[in-house]
Design a binder for this molecule. Structure first.
Ligand code: UDP
Ligand code: MN
Length: 354
């Protein structure tokens, strides 16, 4: 009797231990399958297994907000510089001032996006910290000069334009400048020669055209002037067409092909009401910025780097340069905000204002 009881107890004990072990195992399997880190790790190793990168698929949407901003994902904690992804490295250069909300959304988004595509990259935000009007061209010139030798190509990247389609090509633009935010994909700008928003160039090509003009203080047109620089340098795609018996060259910037997501390819988070454009024209600004600028650019931009921050936004690393641009008031007095125009009168050697 005593033996029988003890063997029953033993059986009960073994059953208990087994079922406890099974429960633990089951819970563990459940955790793994729900764990975002693990899911993302799989897509890092094999992007072809990642459905979000398949043709025409939109990676993100408004409904994806929570996922997009969620920290702790392996895609985000990867520092974006995996040497196994190839030789080339991209400097994502973001001209910036006073757009914190956009930046908080942009940095984790673009970092995760580029990691998914195995694009080695470094994000450089060039924050204009002076009291002059905003100068996108000069800030991008500064970003290129400060981007270090390890990056051999750049993306001029607006902070408020988020790529949603995983098929966009951010790889080294071997054949020439590559305009990602194409007019048939950009939600707002649809003219043929538009090259703003997001533009990729090798550093060699950027240097060849002496970068962007430094004359464009306030909103707009520096990208249109840059288009002319590229065209004159022979960096646009040339096709020859027959017109009235003559063979005429036509120039076009290289752009994405086979992207079918149209105006949903990007999210433009520009809040028009709170981010009004500074499109006033002062002094002879209109006249001076209508023509090709053969004088200013990468080689002439004047600035001080006041601070260099290494920040992390939701696990995404970003370099922020706090920059004070230096304006030649004689050449471009319209760099001053209207309320500072009186300063021109007190200058020792005021240059002629026409
Ligand atoms: N920008 C900025 N602060 C400003 C103006 C412009 O950071 O006060 C930067 C930002 O990266 C922005 C880009 O310059 O995305 C282009 O400016 P904006 O968005 O006003 O031009 P849009 O392309 O919408 O006409
Ligand atoms: Mn915008």
């Amino acid at each position: 009797m005593a033996r029988r009881i003890s063997s029953t107890k033993l059986l009960a004990c073994v059953t208990l231990v087994f079922s406890a072990a099974l429960t633990v195992l089951y819970l563990k399997i459940d955790c793994v399958s729900l764990n975002d880190d693990n899911r993302n790790a799989v897509s890092i190793e094999d992007p072809h297994n990642d459905k979000s990168l398949h043709e025409g698929n939109i990676i993100d949407s408004d409904g994806g907000r929570k996922v997009k901003n969620a920290p702790n994902s392996e895609l985000m904690s990867n520092n974006g510089d995996n040497k196994d992804w190839g030789y080339h490295k991209l400097a994502v250069i973001v001209p910036f001032r006073d757009r914190l909300e956009e930046l908080l959304e942009f940095v984790p988004h673009i970092h995760t996006y580029l990691n998914k595509k195995h694009i080695r990259h470094k994000i450089i935000v060039v924050n204009q910290a002076d009291t002059l009007r905003f100068n996108r061209g000069s800030l991008i010139n500064v970003g290129v000069l400060e981007s270090g030798n390890e990056c051999d190509y750049i993306a001029m990247h607006d902070v408020d334009l988020l790529p949603l389609n995983g098929d966009l090509d951010y790889s080294y633009p071997e054949s020439g400048p590559f305009h990602i935010a194409a007019p048939d994909l950009h939600p707002l700008y649809h003219y043929h020669s538009f090259i703003g928003g997001i533009l990729l160039l090798t550093k060699g090509d950027y240097k060849m055209v002496n970068g962007l003009s430094n004359r464009y203080w306030g909103w707009g047109r520096e990208d249109d002037e840059f288009y002319v620089r590229l065209k004159r340098a022979g960096l646009l795609k040339t096709t020859y067409v027959e017109k009235n018996g003559d063979t005429i060259p036509e120039y076009e910037i290289r752009r994405p092909v086979n992207i079918t997501s149209g105006y949903k390819t990007f999210k433009h988070i520009h809040d028009k009401k709170n981010r009004p454009r500074d499109n006033k024209r002062y002094f002879n600004q209109s006249e001076k910025t209508r023509r090709l600028d053969r004088e200013t650019g990468l080689s002439t931009v004047k600035y001080d780097v006041i601070n260099h921050y290494r920040l992390v936004i939701n696990d995404a690393p970003v370099t922020m340069l706090e920059v004070k641009l230096i304006c030649d008031y004689g050449q471009t007095p319209w760099c001053l905000k209207k309320e500072d125009h009186h300063l021109l009168q007190n200058m020792v050697t005021p240059a002629p204002l026409r």
